[in-house]
Design a binder for this molecule. Structure first.
Ligand code: SF4
Length: 358
């Protein structure tokens, strides 16, 4: 085995930090043995904090209408895909079904759809909050003003997912149209943190033009920002986008990054994403064995699932919510993990905990 890589992984386990050069080296020199070594350490760390519990989030994709034109996204403004928008009653019905199935976190996700003004979205959020006070409400609705984030927070949303996409401003510009700016994205992420949300960031692995150094910059950003959540998945091309001919990202590198992120921040909430399961039939199980501790079954009505295709061949678009949940339960049981009915809060961890020996 590459002794330098082993040395860096051991150092990361102990100190939770590496230099940009060390991260770059690790990513450049990964092989199956190193990936396995890192996954073993990462899954042990995750188990010491979360046991064999896997948190579930009920994902409600409530609108695929978006004013933006991100070059990698299947529902971008220029995409000819068929559009839909759920109304408040539809969304509340999804929550009710989800609650009965044991979900205690709802993730409301959409494109940047101007129809959902602060007033409309706050109304939906406060309705969910009043109906299910024991549940967390996560929003994933893109960039908005700080005032808007504040109103939504006061209405009852307490978590927010906004992938940073890449920590390299030059790379960001290659993935987005000129009208979108890296600095604005970062400002939104900081605003969310300042307001008091639990913040989820994340990136695609293997996106066009991405280098190993870009991924190392992502690791440094995670190290310094310390998000509560981090969603990463392999890039998968969509035929509706300018990136349709680019190759998909690597499952192995995504799994390796999951392990690295777990070692950077032992208690982070780390989903084994649908994109992983799309590229590999056992992708989500492998994600958990690499250090992930969250899965996100789909609660959206089956009638609209097919229309929320950020990338091609997305899985789970035909299953009812209950089927999705039970399928994931079985998958987790198959690797001796258990989906739990729990709000799924980040658990405390502090430097110096003897986590590895537990
Ligand atoms: S990635 Fe998000 S903001 Fe960009 S086009 Fe897709 S839905 Fe819109």
């Amino acid at each position: 085995m590459n002794t330098k890589s082993i040395e860096y992984i051991d150092k990361l386990s102990r100190e939770h930090t590496l230099s940009l050069e060390e991260y770059t080296y690790l990513i450049q020199h990964q092989d199956a043995a190193i990936q396995e070594y890192c996954a073993h350490k990462a899954s042990r760390v995750a188990r010491s904090i979360y046991g064999k519990d896997i948190f579930v989030r009920g994902l409600i994709e409530f609108s695929n209408i978006c004013k933006n034109d991100c070059l990698y996204c299947g529902i971008r403004k220029s995409s000819p895909c068929s559009r839909y928008r759920l109304d408040k009653e539809d969304i509340l019905a999804c929550c009710q079904e989800g609650y009965e199935l044991g979900f205690r976190t709802f993730v409301l996700q959409s494109g940047e759809d101007g129809y959902f003004t602060d007033e409309r979205l706050c109304d939906i959020v406060s309705n969910i909050h009043q109906s299910y006070p024991d549940c967390a409400i996560t929003l994933s609705v893109g960039q908005r003003s700080k005032e808007s984030y504040q109103k939504l927070f006061e209405a009852g949303a307490n978590r927010y997912l906004l992938r940073h996409e890449t920590a390299n401003p030059q790379h960001y510009q290659k993935l987005h149209p000129k009208a979108m700016h890296f600095e604005d994205r970062m400002q939104c992420i900081q605003d969310l943190r300042d307001i008091g949300y639990d913040v989820g960031i994340g990136m695609m692995v293997g996106s066009p033009f991405q280098t190993e150094k870009d991924l190392a910059m992502d690791c440094k950003f995670i190290e310094t920002f310390r998000p509560e959540m981090c969603g990463i998945g392999p890039f998968i091309p969509s035929h509706q986008t300018p990136f349709k001919d680019y190759p998909a990202g690597s499952v192995e590198t995504t799994l390796f990054l999951l392990s690295i992120i777990r070692l950077i921040q032992p208690n982070i909430l780390l989903p084994a994403t649908t994109a992983l399961g799309t590229l590999d039939p056992k992708g989500r199980e492998k994600g958990v064995l690499a250090g992930a501790n969250v899965v996100m079954p789909n609660l959206s009505p089956v009638s609209v699932r097919r229309k929320y295709q950020l990338y091609d061949n997305k899985i789970c678009i035909g299953d009812e919510s209950g089927q999705c949940r039970h399928c994931l339960e079985r998958r987790m049981e198959s690797i001796q993990y258990h989906v739990v009915t729990d709000i799924g809060q980040i658990r405390p961890w502090k430097e110096g905990d003897e986590y590895e020996s537990k």
